[in-house]
Design a protein around this ligand. Structure first.
Ligand SMILES: [Zn+2]
Length: 644
C-alpha cells in the first residue's frame, strides 16, 4: 500500500451544478488509473510477490470506484443527463473487466506469483483472483477462448430475446363488468367499460396480482391465470432450449460436468449435486406445514364448491387472502398508524446502533452535498472512531430506481479509502406499511454489512464480498428485529403517542406465517426447474415441468400452461434459484443464537458483528457462520420455524 499519513476521508461530492462533469471525471480518472496500474503489472511487474498483489489491489479498487459511480448515479441522479453519463461509465467498466479477464499477459504475471511467503489474506486474494481468471477461460487455447467469447455473446443476445418476449407478450381477457365482483373500487375505477360493454384485464402485474387475489368469479380467475402462465409461449421455449445448450457447451469447454457445477463452484453450496440435495431436503422439511395450511385452504374452498378435492394456482391466492381476512384478522389500516416514516427511520438507527455498538451522526445537508435534498447522510462511528458514511435515499421520485437495494459509493480499504454506502428505496413519506418497515430493516442489513466489512486491506474482501448464496442471510436475519414486539415498542407509536400493542404484533406475525410451508414447496418447484433444466437435457420442457411440479409443488399443474417461458429467473439466476431459500436457512440458524427475550444482548450481537459481518469475504461464509455459532450450520432452526 502507499504510505498513508492521515486517515482516509469521505468522497467529496460536487456542488449542484457540477454533477455532470464530476461523474464523468470520476469515472474516467478511476478507469485510467486502473488501466495504468495494470499496464505497469504487464510491462514491469514488481519482484516482490506481495507488491504484485498490492498493485493489483489498487487497480481493482480503482475499477470498483468507477463501477460504484456508474451503477449508483445511473439509478438515482435526478438529472437524466447525469444518469446517462453514469451509464456510459458503467459500460466502460464492464468492457475493461471483460478484457482483463481474458488478458493472457496479465494472467501470466499473477499466475507466476510465488505464494509461499504470503499471509492468509494475501494467499486467498491470489487464489481467488486466479480462480476468476480460469473461470473466464484465460488459460485455454486460442480456439477454445474464441468459442467461449462467441458463446458469451450468443448468451447475451438470447437473454435479451428471452426478456423481450416476456415483456412484449401482454395477454388479456375481456369480461362483463358484473364479473369484477370483489375487486377494490380504485382498481374498478381504473378499468373502464369499452364500447362493446366489456372490461379488459391484462396479464401485467398491476392487474393479475389483485385479480387472482380478490376476484370472486372463479372462471374469470382461471382464464386470466391460464393466460398469465402461457406468456411468451411458444417463442421462449426455443430460446430456452438454445440458452441451455449454450450454457452446457460453455461449462463443458471449461471442464465442468454441467452448468450447475460451474455456477455453484463459487457459491457456498459448492456443487450442482448439492443443489439437488438441498431442494429435496427443504421439500421434506416443509411437507407437514405445507399440507396443514393447504388443508385450511381446501376446507375454505369447499364452503363455495362442496365437491372440490384439490386446489390449484387459479384459486390459491384468492383463498389464502380469504383465510387471512376471516381467520387471522389483522387490520392493515390500523397497523400503519404506528409507522410514521421519520420515527421509523430514527428507530431503525437507534435499534441497529444499540445492537452493533455503532453511532450514526447526521451530517448537515450543506456539508454532505448529496444528489437530492431528501437524502439523509450520517457518519458512522465505532468506539469513538469514524469508520464510514451512509446515505439514505428512501422516497420515490421521477427517473429513480424502482425497487429497494443497497448500493456502494465507495468500498472501504484500510488506510486508503473510507467506506460509503447508500440505501435506495421507495417508501411512503407519511405512514409506512409494515412490509415497508420490514424491507427497510432488510436493506439496512446489507448496508451494515457493507460498512462493517469496510476496513480490510484487500478490496476483494471488502463489504458484501461473500458468496452469492450467503449475501441475503444477514439482511434476512435483520428482518426479525422488525417483527419483535419489544423492538417495535421502541419506536412504533401512533399519533396519540400509544405504543403498538404486543398482541397486534403477534397477530401480524401469525398472518404472515400462514402458508409458509406451501410457499416453500412452490419455491422448491421453481428451484428444481432452474436446476434440472441446467443439468438434464429434455426435448419437451413442458412435460419435464409437469413432472417436477408433481414432485415438488403441493399444487397441481394447470392444464394448457407453459410457465417456464415466462420464468425470468431462468435467465438471471440460471441454475441457482435455490439461493434465497438457502440463505434463509442460514439466517434462521444464525438467529437461533440470539435470546428471543432480549434481542439486544450485546455479547451475541458483538460476536455476530465481529465474526460474521466485519469479516466480509476474508473467509468462506460457512467458516464465518461456524465461528459465530461455535458449530457448523444446520437446518434445525429453519425446520423448527416451519413447524411453529
Ligand atoms: Zn436483500
Amino acid at each position: 500500500m502507499p504510505s498513508v499519513t492521515t486517515e482516509p476521508t469521505h468522497l467529496p461530492l460536487p456542488l449542484e451544478s457540477d454533477w455532470l462533469d464530476w461523474v464523468g471525471a470520476r469515472g474516467e480518472q478511476q478507469l485510467a488509473l486502473a488501466r495504468s496500474l495494470v499496464e505497469g503489472l504487464r510491462s514491469d511487474p514488481p519482484r516482490e510477490p506481495l507488491e504484485v498483489l498490492r498493485v493489483w489491489n489498487e487497480a481493482q479498487t480503482a475499477l470498483s470506484n468507477a463501477a460504484s459511480v456508474g451503477s449508483l448515479f445511473s439509478e438515482v441522479h435526478p438529472d437524466a443527463a447525469v444518469r446517462e453519463r453514469a451509464e456510459a461509465v458503467a459500460q466502460q467498466v464492464q468492457k475493461l473487466d471483460t478484457d482483463l479477464g481474458l488478458d493472457t499477459q496479465l494472467y501470466a504475471v499473477l499466475a507466476g506469483v510465488d505464494a509461499s511467503g504470503l499471509d492468509a489474506d494475501a494467499s486467498r486474494v491470489l487464489e481467488r483472483t486466479l480462480r476468476d481468471f480460469r473461470r473466464s477461460g484465460v488459460d485455454q487455447d486460442d480456439a477454445t477462448r474464441d468459442r467461449l467469447r462467441e458463446l458469451s455473446e450468443r448468451a447475451v443476445l438470447l437473454s435479451q430475446e428471452f426478456s423481450k418476449n416476456i415483456r412484449e407478450d401482454v395477454r388479456s381477457i375481456r369480461l362483463t363488468p358484473d364479473r369484477l365482483d370483489g375487486m377494490p373500487q380504485d382498481w374498478v375505477d381504473a378499468h373502464p367499460v369499452d364500447d362493446e360493454g366489456l372490461v379488459t384485464v391484462t396479464t401485467d402485474y398491476p392487474d393479475v396480482v389483485p385479480f387472482r387475489t380478490f376476484a370472486r368469479d372463479a372462471r374469470a380467475r382461471r382464464d386470466l391465470v391460464t393466460e398469465f402462465l402461457t406468456i411468451a409461449w411458444p417463442a421462449n421455449d426455443r430460446v430456452l432450449q438454445e440458452l441451455f445448450a449454450v450454457r452446457r457447451e460453455h461449462a463443458a469447454l471449461l471442464g465442468y460436468a454441467s452448468w450447475a457445477d460451474y455456477d455453484a463452484e463459487v457459491k457456498m453450496i459448492g456443487s450442482g449435486k448439492a443443489i439437488g440435495e438441498f431442494i429435496d431436503r427443504i421439500t421434506e422439511l416443509s411437507t407437514a406445514s405445507a399440507e396443514r395450511d393447504k388443508a385450511v385452504l381446501l376446507e375454505r374452498l369447499r364452503q363455495d364448491r362442496t365437491e372440490a378435492d384439490e386446489i390449484d394456482g387459479a384459486d390459491v391466492s384468492y383463498y389464502a387472502e380469504l383465510v387471512r381476512k376471516e381467520q387471522l384478522a389483522v387490520d392493515a389500516q390500523q397497523v400503519r398508524t404506528y409507522f410514521a416514516f421519520e420515527a421509523v427511520r430514527q428507530g431503525l438507527l437507534d435499534v441497529t446502533g444499540r445492537l452493533f455498538g455503532l453511532e450514526w451522526s447526521p451530517v448537515p445537508r450543506e456539508d454532505a452535498r448529496t444528489w437530492h435534498e431528501e437524502v439523509a447522510t450520517y457518519d458512522v462511528s465505532f468506539q469513538g472512531e469514524r469508520i464510514g458514511r451512509i446515505h439514505l435515499d428512501l422516497h420515490p421520485r421521477e427517473g429513480k430506481y424502482k425497487h429497494a437495494a443497497q448500493f456502494d459509493l465507495a468500498r472501504g480499504v484500510a488506510g486508503t479509502q473510507l467506506v460509503e454506502g447508500v440505501l435506495v428505496c421507495n417508501f411512503n413519506r407519511g405512514l409506512m406499511e409494515h412490509d415497508e418497515v420490514v424491507t427497510l430493516f432488510h436493506e439496512f442489513g446489507h448496508l451494515v454489512h457493507h460498512v462493517l466489512a469496510g476496513r480490510t486491506d484487500w478490496v476483494r474482501f471488502s463489504g458484501v464480498a461473500t458468496e452469492w448464496d450467503f449475501v441475503e442471510a444477514p439482511s434476512q436475519m435483520l428482518e426479525e428485529w422488525a417483527w419483535d414486539a419489544d423492538v417495535l415498542a421502541t419506536f412504533a407509536r401512533n399519533a396519540a403517542g400509544e405504543t403498538i400493542p404486543a398482541e397486534l404484533v403477534r397477530a401480524m406475525r401469525r398472518a404472515d406465517d400462514f402458508g409458509k410451508g406451501y410457499d416453500a414447496r412452490t419455491q422448491m418447484f421453481y428451484a428444481a426447474l432452474s436446476y434440472d433444466f441446467h443439468v438434464n437435457q429434455s426435448d419437451d420442457l413442458t412435460a419435464r415441468l409437469r413432472e417436477l411440479m408433481g414432485r415438488y409443488s403441493v399444487f397441481p399443474y394447470l392444464a394448457g400452461t407453459h410457465m417456464q417461458c415466462h420464468f425470468g429467473h431462468l435467465d438471471g439466476y440460471s441454475s441457482a434459484y435455490y439461493t434465497y431459500m438457502w440463505s434463509l436457512v442460514i439466517a434462521k440458524d444464525m438467529f437461533s443464537a440470539f435470546d428471543r427475550d432480549d434481542l439486544f444482548d450485546p455479547e451475541v450481537a458483538g460476536a455476530y458483528r465481529d465474526k460474521v459481518l466485519a469479516q466480509g469475504g476474508r473467509r468462506d461464509a460457512a467458516d464465518l457462520v461456524e465461528d459465530f455459532l461455535g458449530r457448523p450450520y444446520t437446518f434445525d432452526a429453519y425446520a423448527a420455524w416451519l413447524a411453529e
